[in-house]
Design a protein around this ligand. Structure first.
Ligand SMILES: Cc1cc2nc3c(=O)[nH]c(=O)nc-3n(C[C@H](O)[C@H](O)[C@H](O)COP(=O)(O)OP(=O)(O)OC[C@H]3O[C@@H](n4cnc5c(N)ncnc54)[C@H](O)[C@@H]3O)c2cc1C
Length: 451
């Protein structure tokens, strides 16, 4: 039995955590009994370069492409089926529109036909994407935050949760800057995203949850002038080229394409650099570049997490990631600084290939075939090494509300579970709350109860 005086604590104010809180208060749950703890900052304090931590989390603050298909970004339909998955994603997209200063500018690109010129070399995955516009994300963040605060939700910023005791239902930080919050929870939403992956891992080790097996996801961030790809961009803005080598357990895909005002972003995980990208909607930032990840999914690697970390570590020189190009130099960030990367030549590239245990050849072939499909490309490209998706060991959860099998009041959501994207993460946040809201409300006099 859960009464409305029970405390719901959300660790992580990313898209998963924020959508969970929104679902609660939209349905009348008292905001004063919801606490969100985040090691980043509020949308009023957070700087644009703080890419990974703070209100709206990672891509919700710095990119904002909302993919709208169950084949992209995690296992939502595995949990709830196709129809329900789509309706949860609708809720996330509507939340972004709801707090958008110009919701009419949120547009959906929905390409339909796979073009012939791609076919001999690549498959092309086509799916709808809602474009919120990077430049509006900070305003959306502020509006959304103001709404939650107006409903009484308690936020604790710049506070890193370092330990959780599932038995005593307590949360610990090194700083103990809880304020009014006494560190106990009745229900916990664990939504720490990628920046909290080491923490998720430590909980995993402590409580030895049963997990689902995971593949390695690693590659590079490819960048080139946009005109080489324009023919394809006209058909599909966020195109996804892919190819599969079933017998080798390897598949490759282009990932998270950015165009027009497209910038490469550094991600720092475990003190190492890897790369990602984002696009600005404000055309004063237009640089006519395109960037996307070329990501390999490699199955059958024993201990994929440690394997990926080792590769990433070996691809660092002078505490930076690497940049290789046959003709270009490192490009600039949207702030006008050089992207932090150490430029390498062919000799160092051969060391990178060794670190990738032979798998780098798949990336080289991918680029060579792109040169055939996009004939003007030639040597006019560069790659930032590495791009990596550390998939946290995914605990086995109850699919109906994403709660842990042995701790039914603890829900794993977003990138901390299986999501890889804004829409799926937000949808998982909402799903974790829905079952609570479905329970019958019982009025016990002073306190309204869920029965
Ligand atoms: C540069 C970039 C661009 C991206 N662009 C897109 C895109 O366009 N479209 C898309 O679909 N996906 C994109 N993504 C991926 C997407 O951002 C993530 O899949 C999504 O944000 C995951 O949501 P989440 O809420 O699970 O985690 P996050 O958004 O990562 O949020 C987790 C939050 O938890 C907090 N946290 C972590 N550990 C702790 C701790 N121990 N204590 C307290 N707080 C903690 C962090 O500060 C953070 O605010 C992008 C990612 C990056 C890095």
């Amino acid at each position: 039995m859960l009464n409305m005086d029970q405390k719901i604590v959300i660790v992580g104010a990313g898209v998963a955590g924020v959508n969970a809180a929104t679902k609660l208060v939209d349905n009348g749950y008292p905001g004063k009994n919801i606490t969100i703890i985040d090691m980043g900052k509020s949308p009023y304090e957070r700087k644009p370069e703080e890419v990974m931590t703070g209100f709206l989390g990672a891509g919700g603050w710095s990119d904002g492409k909302l993919t709208y298909h169950t084949a992209i970004g995690g296992h939502l339909s595995k949990y709830v089926g196709e129809e329900k998955a789509m309706s949860l994603m609708d809720e996330v997209i509507n939340n972004f529109k709801r707090f958008h200063p110009k919701p009419e500018e949120v547009q959906c690109s929905n390409p339909e036909a796979e073009p012939d010129f791609i076919k001999p070399y690549f498959g092309l995955r086509l799916f709808p994407v809602w474009h919120v516009g990077t430049d509006y994300l900070h305003e959306i963040g502020k509006n959304w935050y103001d709404y939650l605060v107006s409903k009484g939700v308690n936020f604790i910023w710049e506070t890193k949760v370092t330990r959780i005791d599932f038995k005593t239902q307590e949360i610990f930080t090194d700083e103990r800057t809880y304020g009014d919050f006494d560190n106990k929870y009745d229900r916990l939403i664990f939504a720490v995203g990628k920046s909290g992956i080491d923490f998720a891992q430590s909980l995993q080790e402590k409580y030895t949850f049963p997990t689902e097996p995971k593949p390695v996801q690693i590659g590079v961030r490819f960048e080139a002038p946009q005109h080489h790809f324009q023919k394809l961009i006209d058909i599909s803005y966020d195109f996804k080229l892919y190819r599969k080598f079933e017998d080798k357990g390897v598949s490759l895909r282009s990932f998270c394409t950015n165009n027009n005002a497209a910038y490469v972003a550094v991600e720092e995980t475990y003190g190492d650099y890897s790369y990602n990208g984002h696009a600005k909607k404000d055309m004063t930032f237009k640089n006519d570049m395109t960037n996307f990840g070329i990501l390999m999914e490699i199955r059958g690697v024993e201990n994929p997490f440690e394997w990926s970390r080792k590769v990433v570590k070996e691809c660092q020189i002078k505490d930076k990631g690497l940049y290789y190009s046959p003709s270009r130099n490192v490009s600039q960030t949207s702030e006008g600084n050089e992207v932090e990367a150490f430029q390498i030549g062919l000799e160092e590239l051969s060391k990178v290939k060794k670190s990738f245990h032979g798998y780098f050849d798949y990336i080289t072939d991918f680029i060579e075939d792109m040169k055939k499909v996009f004939p003007t490309l030639g040597d006019d490209w560069g790659i930032y090494i590495p791009e990596v998706k550390y998939l946290s060991p995914e605990p086995l959860v109850d699919y109906s509300d994403l709660s842990l099998k042995e701790h039914s009041n603890v829900h794993f959501v977003g990138d901390a579970l299986s999501a890889r994207g804004i829409t799926v993460s937000g949808a998982q946040g909402i799903l974790s709350i829905e079952k609570i809201l479905e329970e019958e409300w019982v009025d016990t006099g002073d306190v309204t109860m869920f029965g």
